[in-house]
Design a protein around this ligand. Structure first.
Ligand code: G16
Ligand code: BGC
Length: 497
């Protein structure tokens, strides 16, 4: 993993000496397609600011800007024991979190389960059954013979949901390649609770939370400078704290305009109308062939689910066009959509050897292809271009939130496999933020930057527990906005503070 203060990745331009003219011409073409210059970054983030505001109006825009009813940051003094479920793009975690008396401290026990690939396109019953089974297993293992119904549950459900109340959520659409019939447009909480009840685990959900909101709140628990949370993983998105008075679509509720409200931006949907993002022909194919075409335009250019597929489509194209990459070789394995994931690109970018021998091994092992030296140089540059574009475009979203809110200095908590594992992602993002926000020459390295994107240490499950705690505190204090049945919540969990 590359730290925030990591050195700039070494340029490999010098290694291109042996690359033949036709491949060099292809590299220049790819650079034209994938490099996003400073001026374009600035134009994208300015447009992004307008789109964030539009999403908060009653008319709405592409970016949903979902009000989450998480109405406050933690101060580190929250206490109590909570269950948390965290259904991310790759893993399902079940946690029991005890927020301790000591400020900002907690104990956590957790089990991690893989989200099986086939669940993502299976049936709703299978999905909820699996999630409920994992929770049941966890409870039976950690609390045999105990009644734990009174433990509040925070459920991190990392998909766009419309919430009129914090303990329900109507799935707007599946993202990240999920495609399960009969869930979109419906409240996801009743079928989830029904699956629990069927298994004799009558736990009631206290808060349905997006992973970005969870990440923001978990990060803010120990760092008062945290103002937003981002996920750069299988999907990508951000949440930040808005004030109710700046959310015209909530005006009809006559709430105190100074109340805070976490907004789950769902910024993956930025530019669905294709006004500003520099899409390549490869991005267009990805979109057309995805289960939800015309959705998540921004996400499809930058999130982990798509990075390997962009790479595969380019390489396949180079095989078919005049330069005939891998000429005469059997490329059948390369023909399979989504056969390469972001870790394939990470590994190429991490190859420490001048002769790119690890990249050669990767191609051999994964695809049964033997690239020549020039082809190795090209695929290395291609991975660099795709990974750099992802980091630079991601920074446009962070900059846009900061600009919208007038923040010149703050911390942003981030999680997800791309942020944590993709080489140079952090430092490339920091460099782009510097270009967009015109920081001085010594900034843009990550550490010590005015806006610093920092790893969120403990996953958004902790955030979900904290949000459940904050919600119960709010209910106990008589603040009932966004709570469906405050009486029932008080009765179930008592006056926890
Ligand atoms: C962490 C967070 C999840 C989030 C996930 C995103 O989980 O706790 O809430 O959804 O990151 O990353 P990805 O999409 O790469 O799974 P984890 O299990 O990945 O550390
Ligand atoms: C989902 C978001 C989520 C993000 C990161 C996107 O595809 O729509 O709700 O926060 O992925 O997991």
């Amino acid at each position: 993993m590359v730290g925030l203060g990591a050195k700039k990745p070494p340029s490999r331009k010098g290694s291109m000496a042996d690359v033949p003219q036709d491949l060099l011409a292809q590299i220049s073409r790819l650079e034209e397609l994938f490099v996003v210059p400073t001026e374009k970054l600035k134009a994208i983030s300015d447009h992004f600011v307008n789109e964030l505001s539009k999403g908060l109006t009653t008319e709405g825009g592409s970016i949903p800007m979902n009000a989450t009813w998480c109405m406050g940051m933690p101060d580190g003094n929250e206490t109590g024991t909570f269950l948390a479920l965290d259904m991310g793009g790759t893993n399902l975690r079940v946690c029991e979190i005890t927020l301790l008396e000591a400020k900002g401290e907690f104990d956590i026990i957790q089990s991690k389960y893989k989200m099986p690939e086939e669940l993502k396109t299976g049936t709703a019953d299978e999905l909820w059954g699996y999630v409920a089974d994992c929770l049941q297993q966890f409870i039976e293992y950690h609390h045999p013979d105990e009644k734990i119904e009174s433990l509040p549950l925070g459920f991190t459900f990392s998909y766009p949901a419309t919430q009129e109340y914090i303990d329900h959520g109507i799935l707007q659409r599946w993202t990240k390649g999920f495609d399960i019939d009969g869930v979109e447009g419906k409240d996801v909480v009743p079928p989830f609770e029904a699956a629990l009840a069927e298994r004799g685990v009558p736990i009631k959900l206290t808060a349905l939370v997006n992973d970005t909101t969870g990440t923001m709140i978990a990060s803010a628990y120990t760092d008062p400078e945290m103002k937003a949370g981002c996920i750069f993983g299988t999907g990508c998105n951000a949440a930040y704290m808005e004030n109710v008075g700046s959310i015209p679509k909530l005006a009809h509720m006559n709430l105190d305009p100074d109340l805070p409200m976490a907004i789950n931006c769902e910024w993956g949907a930025f530019d669905n109308e294709h006004k500003i993002l520099p899409r390549t022909p490869y991005d267009i194919i990805i979109d057309k062939e995805s289960p939800r075409p015309d959705q998540q335009a921004f996400e499809k250019m930058i999130a982990g689910l798509y990075l390997g597929e962009i790479f595969r489509l380019v390489v396949l194209d180079l095989h078919k066009t005049d330069c005939k990459m891998f000429d005469g070789q059997d490329i059948s394995k390369l023909n399979k959509p989504y056969s390469l994931d972001a870790s394939f690109l990470s590994a190429i970018e991490e190859d420490p050897f001048e002769n790119l021998s690890e990249t050669a091994d990767l191609f051999q092992n994964k695809l049964s292809i033997t690239p020549n030296r020039a082809e190795l140089e090209l695929v290395r540059r291609l991975a660099e271009l795709i990974g750099t574009r992802a980091a630079r475009l991601s920074a446009c979203g962070v900059a846009a939130i900061a600009k919208k809110k007038g923040w010149t200095k703050c911390h942003v908590g981030a999680d997800g496999s791309v942020f944590n594992k993709y080489p140079h992602f952090k430092v490339r993002g920091a460099q782009a933020l510097k270009e967009i926000l015109d920081w001085p020459a010594d900034k843009g390295k990550g550490k010590g930057d005015p806006i610093e994107v920092l790893p969120a240490e403990d996953g958004s499950g902790v955030g979900a527990a904290l949000i459940a705690a904050l919600t119960m505190k709010r209910v106990a204090e008589g603040q009932h906005a966004g709570i469906r049945d405050p009486e029932a919540m008080l009765k179930a969990f008592g006056k926890k503070k």
